[in-house]
Design a protein around this ligand. Structure first.
Ligand code: FDA
Length: 507
């Protein structure tokens, strides 16, 4: 009956179904399952039967979103909004209470205006689609957001968003200048009408708390016509440990045109098993400037000109995404990610270099796992140091050397298999405690981790309970996020396991 009532509500009151275009899919529809799975990045929960949406709604127009919100509210249904489906814990497509998914797959237009160097991008677009659209118009413009092209704009911008140009231009949301949001009452607001606080909150306070962001106006950034990329890999026997150690002392102090991240993996098998560190870099300049800079700042890597590739900025996007730089740019439009698999991830911020003895313990633990595991260490500093902690909800700015993302992936199905790998990553996370930020031990909301704590008691979560995870993601900004939430969504319509709770819950 709830389903029928919902459909009736949609068709009678809001004319959403009169355009002869199907936008609502129930589990009877042959398209329901493919649609549900289409953008699910982490298929850990694929076979779960208890957490499936009653309906999937794929609006073409904002009025259909407004209608879906009002009909969900009327029928006591929760709403999960999905843009690219990359949420690490599946919060855009899973819920323990009856719910519908509003999937923004059909709302992904991108309008680039090179005259004023801005663009409007709808939330359902992917990063790859955005980069492609910019590159079609200009070879000297880009945008500083994440690396994987299939990531959705909606969730990514809602949590901050960082990639190879964060040291020069900050986060994706540091470059957002306007937005359209459907609020919990179905009203459409822009920057002016939503007010300063809400506009602040949606730029990094995490997806799924304040409403549905329809589109974002971004400031494009200027990039040189030629940039340089390199990837140099070293195993432990080739001195990886020492170079990683040295990297920590220079990485946040480098000129902001230079981004060097490290991807650390377990590789090989049996006696050949080892740890490999890949130094993966984007330099917003040419090889002749990069080589002397590297020789001065990180001579331990012995970077040679032949390790480097000069290319246009959009080719560097392809290069970082794992494509060859001369493959067709249209690959960026592929919404199916290259990396889809079951995984669990966690994150940390590092403020002091980890001693060599500490690194040794990490290598030992990486070698204990038989599945693919990696640690991605993304440098901070540069522009990130200039932006005050309170400027946006993402507070991990000055004083942080780099971010670590820990990741374990596996293929086999089954809860035991899943538990085994989750236990392993928790053990690694526990080991890292002395080497990373503390009080609070900080984490990045876009690397969603429900181990940090959840709203276990909807509507009753206390400030103390929510602060356990909230201050890790947002530090002191968490309080302001709660204030904003209390104003715009006091009855907590938009909620999930880690959404910002409203003030009445504090009682
Ligand atoms: P999804 O649709 O799952 O949404 C995530 C959350 O936001 C959910 O809670 C959802 O309800 C909410 N939401 C979605 N659309 C919304 C909207 N329009 N309005 C309000 N709320 C909305 N991060 C990074 O900073 N740099 C990187 O390089 C990468 N790389 C990367 C690679 C891969 C393979 C994965 C799986 C993830 C990343 N990420 C990342 C993390 C990524 O930024 C994060 O998972 C984003 O939240 C994903 O956004 P989606 O829209 O794809 O997710």
């Amino acid at each position: 009956p709830v389903q029928q009532n919902f459909m009736l509500c949609m068709s009678t009151q809001f004319k959403a179904l009169t355009r002869n275009v199907q936008i609502i899919y129930s589990s009877d529809s042959p398209l329901y399952q493919p649609l549900l799975e289409s953008s699910q990045q982490n298929p850990r929960w694929l076979n779960s039967t208890t957490l499936r949406p009653l309906l999937i709604i794929t609006p073409f127009h904002e009025s259909e979103i407004q209608a879906a919100l009002i009909c969900s509210r009327k029928n006591g249904l929760q709403v999960r909004v999905r843009s690219g489906g990359h949420d690490y814990e599946g919060l855009s497509y899973l819920s323990k209470t009856p719910f519908v998914i509003i999937d923004l797959i059909n709302l992904r237009s991108i309008d680039v205006n090179l005259e004023d160097e801005t663009a409007w991008v709808q939330s359902g677009a992917t990063l790859g689609e955005l980069y492609y659209a910019i590159a079609k118009g200009s070879k000297i413009h880009g945008f500083p957001a994440g690396i994987c092209p299939s990531v959705g704009i909606g969730g990514h911008f809602s949590g901050g968003g960082f990639g190879t140009m964060l040291r020069k231009f900050g986060l994706a949301t540091d470059n957002v200048i306007d937005a359209y949001l459907v609020d919990p009452n179905g009203k459409i607001l822009d920057k002016k009408t939503m007010g300063e606080d809400l506009f602040w909150a949606i730029r990094g306070g995490g997806g799924g708390s304040f409403g549905i962001v329809l589109s974002w106006k971004i400031k494009l950034v200027r990039v040189p016509p030629i940039v340089t990329g390199f990837t140099v890999s070293k195993t432990l026997s080739q001195g990886a440990s020492w170079i990683v150690h040295r990297w920590q002392y220079i990485v946040d102090q480098l000129p902001e045109d230079l981004f060097i991240r490290i991807i650390i993996q377990n590789v090989g098998s049996g006696n050949e098993k080892t740890v490999k560190a890949s130094f993966n870099s984007l330099f917003l300049g040419r090889i002749d400037k990069l080589i002397p800079l590297m020789n001065e700042r990180l001579p331990e890597l012995s970077l040679q000109a032949q390790d480097c590739i000069e290319m246009g900025w959009i080719q560097s996007v392809m290069y970082f995404a794992g494509y060859q730089k001369d493959q067709p740019l249209e690959l960026l439009l592929d919404r199916v990610t290259l990396y889809k698999s079951k995984f669990k991830a966690k994150s940390d911020f590092v403020k002091q270099p980890i001693p060599e003895s500490g690194l040794k313990g990490i290598w030992e633990r990486l070698l204990e796992e038989d599945q693919f595991v990696c640690m991605i260490m993304d440098p901070l500093g540069g522009k990130m140091n200039e932006i005050p902690e309170s400027e946006a909800p993402f507070p991990h700015r000055k004083g942080n050397l780099y971010n670590i993302q820990y990741l374990v992936k596996w293929d086999k199905d089954g809860i035991e298999e899943s538990n085994k790998h989750v236990r392993w990553i928790r053990m690694l996370y526990w080991y890292m405690r002395p080497y990373v930020s503390s009080s609070p031990r900080a984490a990045y909301v876009n690397y969603r981790d429900l181990d940090l704590g959840t709203n276990n008691r909807p509507g009753k979560t206390s400030f103390e309970e929510a602060s356990v995870w909230g201050t890790k993601y947002f530090k002191d900004n968490f309080e302001r996020l709660i204030q904003v939430k209390s104003k715009v969504d006091p009855d907590n319509f938009f909620r999930n396991e880690q959404s910002i709770p409203p003030l009445p819950a504090l009682i």
